[in-house]
Ligand binder design. Sequence first.
Ligand SMILES: NC(=O)C1=CN([C@@H]2O[C@H](COP(=O)(O)OP(=O)(O)OC[C@H]3O[C@@H](n4cnc5c(N)ncnc54)[C@H](O)[C@@H]3O)[C@@H](O)[C@H]2O)C=CC1
Ligand SMILES: O=C(O)[C@H]1O[C@H](OP(=O)(O)OP(=O)(O)OC[C@H]2O[C@@H](n3ccc(=O)[nH]c3=O)[C@H](O)[C@@H]2O)[C@H](O)[C@@H](O)[C@@H]1O
Length: 448
Amino acid sequence: MSTDNPPAATRVSIIGTGYLGATHAVCMSELGFSVVGVDIDPGKVANLAAGRVPFFEPGLEELLRKNLDTGRLTFTTSFTDAAAADVHFLCVGTPQRPDSPAADLSHLVSAVDRLLAAGPKPGSLLVGKSTVPAGTAAALARRLATEAPLVGLAWNPEFLREGFAVEDTMRPDRLVLGLQADDGGRAEGMLRAIYASAIEAGTPLVLTDFATAELVKVAANAFLATKISFINAMAEICEATGGDVKTLAAALAHDARIGGRFLGAGVGFGGGCLPKDIRAFQARAAELGAGYAVGFLAEVDAINLRRRTRMAELTTELLGGSVAGRRVAVLGAAFKPNSDDIRDSPALDVANLLHRAGAVVTVTDPAAVPNARQRHPELSYADNAVQAATDADIVLHLTEWSDFREIDPVALASYVRTPTVIDGRNALDVARWRAAGWSYYALGRPRV
Ligand SMILES: NC(=O)C1=CN([C@@H]2O[C@H](COP(=O)(O)OP(=O)(O)OC[C@H]3O[C@@H](n4cnc5c(N)ncnc54)[C@H](O)[C@@H]3O)[C@@H](O)[C@H]2O)C=CC1
Ligand SMILES: O=C(O)[C@H]1O[C@H](OP(=O)(O)OP(=O)(O)OC[C@H]2O[C@@H](n3ccc(=O)[nH]c3=O)[C@H](O)[C@@H]2O)[C@H](O)[C@@H](O)[C@@H]1O
């Protein structure tokens, strides 16, 4: 999206300023809109208002500060401040329920309660961006029809990736707009104006109904999860036959119909979205009587979780059958590089499995240690790979930060007790590590 022609007087509110909402607020302001971000977490609001992004996202803080300085971007806990906006983007969390695989929609319901209580402007538009089970928008439309008939509704799911959030928001692969057939084109017109620069730049625009828009989002995440679990299933077969999953994936990638992205075998997917979205999808399909159609996602989830236990088993095997009292260095805490997000992190899951089996586990990560320490105070933490690996019996590489790929294996070997590494992301330079005297292992690759 270009910022050459800032739009005029449209006022935008962003409800929920977490990973998605904070990024969307900053990017909408960068596009020239007057933006207010509202959140119930006063700490988050205070940080954002002071120019601090309370999570790791390359490029976002710089853009936040620049836009705060223009006066176009503000943050508040008051829904009254948000009520004056013309367009409200709903960006609150939809996590997995604690007691079931389904999505917890309570934040969404409460956000709408608060907005309606504050009295949104007649003619304003509520735009859902959160990932929701199919049918959520239709239910919300019925609610608005009785409680706020002059407020429109659209569903505009978000596809950004953490670590590339600004880039993905400014230059999305596509824009999906779920619209109501009977609003006379109002919502479409307002959203075309909001996204004018992206549309002019040629971003594909998909205009559809609510259910399809909701489903595009969960289908995309289900497909990505399936692709990762497919290659991890091949890794399991490679382990059984002595094959090499990295060569296998590279060979598959030469087929343009398959492509090489999301064929990275290793310890599997985590984060605040893929795992909970495939579970919520299954739960919703079952409610609709169509659970059989996505039954395969249970296997996708199971393959993914097996990679974590397999990593712990291989560690145990390489340490002679027991990890009790052995020192394990874990490189990585975030669910992926360029993020401090530890939601459903494979790295921390593996660290905990080993800790519970009696290992002395020390975790390091370039960005996620503060979050990990808060959530898992039972583990030990180090500032860098050398500290984590000092006197280690084994080193596990579980999040492929460039910092870890760039480690000098010769230097690191002088700190460890035994130079054994398991590359849980198939991302280290095997030849370099072996030449430096390390015994190198990886899931789905032959032992040499
Ligand atoms: N994190 C990501 O990269 C992406 C997330 N999504 C979806 O976006 C949604 C939000 O995800 P995240 O930003 O990761 O979650 P998050 O947990 O980082 O942020 C959610 C925010 O909503 C706030 N909130 C909760 N209840 C509220 C209420 N009643 N009123 C106002 N604010 C409230 C929370 O305090 C929090 O700051 C989810 O549905 C997720 O699946 C979609 C695409 C990308
Ligand atoms: O709905 C969401 O929130 C987002 O979920 C994912 O984005 P994200 O969770 O930021 O991370 P990804 O880059 O998709 O990675 C997800 C997980 O898969 C793992 N992964 C990825 C690729 C791969 O080849 N192998 C692999 O194990 C990563 O390490 C990570 O744990 C999607 O890629 C986004 O399009 C979507 O908007």
